[in-house]
Design a protein around this ligand. Structure first.
Ligand code: M6R
Length: 615
């Protein structure tokens, strides 16, 4: 995915464009660019392969002056990340500039047609066709009406897009539109703003407008915004969204990186999520918008997600089945999209997605809805597509998660899933109020338990040394903590580029044990639980083959401490299912220390983007 920003108003455009791109950089960071319309009605472009910081240097050196402009930070899909392929892309005459998030699926055919008509292309991107299509429409059917030209061009596109377009012949105007990719706009006293998500706008406005697919918005220099639907009819009452995210939440606030900050924010995020959730009638989850009768007849639950959010689903499955006695199927969204799910009118589909924009998850949700399922979203980002397109949405309220590696969203999503499980179990008569209260009280202990782990981060720093010369590693856990192993391994590989494989500990002897050799790092999650001794046996088997074991163990477990090279201690947890929420904090910290010791950029790992908006 990419980040798109736009501004027209009384201020210098580059100030907001660069700020917005820095805020949106988590969406893609292999190249960036801006186009600014100067007073002399010329478009000035600065584009650079690399980060927004490099763009800022070039823009400042170029002294771009102008009060209308667009900007982009890119995660390459078509064309290598080079200066040439960086957005904005322009028409042949250089008077129309376009930035784009999404994919134009029919770009090859369009490009061929346009070239036959005499258009000259300057990049390898799919996006450039849009600039040329607008150029044709501007000179032809749209007759100098930029919104009409954009609409005309979009009618020929297939795929997904959020577009911001500026034209040197209409200074003080920007046109933006979307189809399948997010875009919000805000009308302010000092001008009109557009961005891929609400975060850059939080600094300038407390509310913004969510465009619907195919809406075309014209932003004017006086701050006014006109919106038309795909047929050119005015949209009188666009959807507005209150922006209650604190703009400073997306700054480092004294931390060296966002990962460190977001790990540290977990206790507070969970306190916020639990606040006012328990009353005399049990867990409040009005967002679910399903009656007790509807919950009682659920015949199965599909939980659909990707990546770290998928790992949340594995824990949720254990809780839902155990508490609500309802069968649960977890599916990677990318897999479900090519299968025939078994659904009835009583099937509930839960989607878990931090960004709310993951293409595979959204496709799966649309499919499940079309099959007659109710879809409930657990998400973080306000007004995201997942929230807009679901029957009910629970926001995890974790605040912006900027680091590409998910940390606070993982634990907050797990807590949200637990609340959902308690609600469904109570509605089905499988859990009485006392038991709901007991589990809720366990959740309330989580923030303090996490704080304790964070205060022991020196243990993770020391254990990171084990990975100094490693090329691979194995993560082991049992029961709910096999998921902790999966998530710990994912964290390590995505930010340190060190291979990590995760297995349920008991499965080790069926294959992965062959990997072990002297010095091979094994991370074993071995809390004080009902499978503790079994996992200790796996640790012993690993040590017998020369592996260097780092254990996550409960305070006082001297047996494990004696066996292992390093022990990452967790305090005693009130229930076994609480352990994954606490133990993962050590593995997040460990991954961060390993990545830093290997000189990696923990916030922006190579090849990744925060949310994958392409299938
Ligand atoms: O925004 P989503 O929760 O839908 O994102 C899903 C995955 O792309 C995401 O969790 C990814 O695996 C993270 N980089 C993991 O840290």
């Amino acid at each position: 995915m990419c980040g798109v920003v736009g501004y027209t108003g009384r201020k210098q455009a580059v100030d907001f464009l660069l700020y917005g791109l820095e805020t949106l950089e988590y969406r893609g960071y292999d190249s960036a660019g801006v186009a600014v319309l100067s007073a002399g009605q010329n478009l000035h472009l600065v584009k650079v392969a690399g980060r927004v910081a490099a763009l800022r240097e070039r823009v400042e050196a170029a002294n771009l002056v102008g009060t209308t402009g667009i900007g982009h930070t890119r995660w390459a899909t078509h064309g290598a990340p080079t200066d040439r392929n960086a957005h904005p892309h322009t028409s042949c005459d250089g008077r129309i500039a376009v930035v784009h998030n999404g994919i134009i699926e029919n770009y090859e055919a369009l490009r061929r047609q346009l070239m036959e008509q005499g258009h000259t292309f300057k990049s390898d991107t799919d996006t450039e066709v849009v600039a040329h299509l607008i150029e044709d429409a501007w000179a032809g059917p749209a007759k100098g009406d930029l919104a009409a030209a954009v609409r005309n061009a979009c009618d020929r596109l297939e795929g997904a897009w959020a577009l911001a377009v500026t034209c040197a012949d209409v200074p003080g105007q920007l046109v933006v539109t979307r189809n399948g990719s997010p875009l919000v706009v805000a009308s302010c006293e000092d001008g009109a703003y557009a961005a891929s998500d609400v975060m850059p706008l939080a600094k300038v406005s407390s509310s913004c407008i969510q465009l619907d697919d195919h809406d075309i918005a014209t932003l004017h220099q006086d701050g006014s915004i006109e919106i038309e639907d795909r047929d050119g009819r005015p949209v009188e009452h666009p959807k507005t969204l209150e922006v209650d995210w604190d703009a400073s939440a997306a700054t480092l606030g004294g931390y060296s990186d966002f990962m460190a900050k977001e790990i540290a924010e977990q206790p507070e995020a969970i306190r916020r999520l639990l606040k006012d959730r328990l009353g005399e009638h049990g867990v409040y989850l009005d967002e679910l918008d399903m009656s007790g009768e509807e919950l009682a007849v659920i015949d199965r639950i599909y939980i659909v997600a990707c990546g770290t959010s998928y790992h949340v689903s594995l824990i949720a499955r254990e809780l839902f089945q155990d508490w609500a006695k309802v069968p649960v199927i977890c599916e990677y969204a990318s897999e479900l999209n090519y299968k025939e799910p078994l659904v009835t009118e009583h099937t509930l589909c839960v989607i878990i997605t931090q960004s709310g924009e993951t293409a595979d998850t959204l496709t799966a949700a649309r499919r499940m809805r079309a099959l007659g399922c109710k879809v409930f979203a657990i998400t973080n980002v306000l007004g995201s597509s997942a929230a807009r397109e679901s029957d009910g949405t629970m926001y995890i309220q974790a605040g912006p998660e900027v680091c590409v590696a998910s940390t606070k969203a993982y634990t907050a999503q797990m807590v949200a899933s637990a609340l959902l499980g308690l609600r469904i179990a109570a509605a089905r008569g499988e859990m009485d109020a006392a038991e709901v209260g007991r589990h809720f009280a366990s959740l309330e202990q989580v923030p303090a338990l996490m704080e304790e782990v964070i205060s022991r981060r020196w243990q993770d720093k020391q254990a990171a040394a084990v990975f100094r010369n490693a090329r691979s590693s194995l993560f082991l856990g049992r029961g709910v903590n096999s998921t902790t192993a999966y998530e710990g391994a994912l964290k390590l590989k995505e930010i340190s580029y060190l291979h990590a494989e995760a297995y349920p500990a008991g499965e080790m002897k069926h294959g992965p044990i062959a990997l072990l050799e002297p010095g091979f790092p094994v991370v074993a999650i071995v809390p004080a639980d009902h499978v503790h001794d079994k996992t200790v046996s796996n640790i012993e088997e690993s040590i017998a083959r020369g592996a260097t074991v780092v254990a996550v163990a409960t305070d006082g477990d001297e047996r494990v401490a004696k066996l292992c090279e390093h022990t990452l201690w967790i305090p005693t947890c009130p229930e076994e299912w609480i352990v994954p929420l606490v133990a993962i904090v050590h593995l997040q910290l460990l991954a961060r220390y390993v990545a830093r010791s290997r000189g990696c950029d923990v916030d922006k790992p190579r090849n990744l983007a925060k949310s994958v908006t392409v299938e």
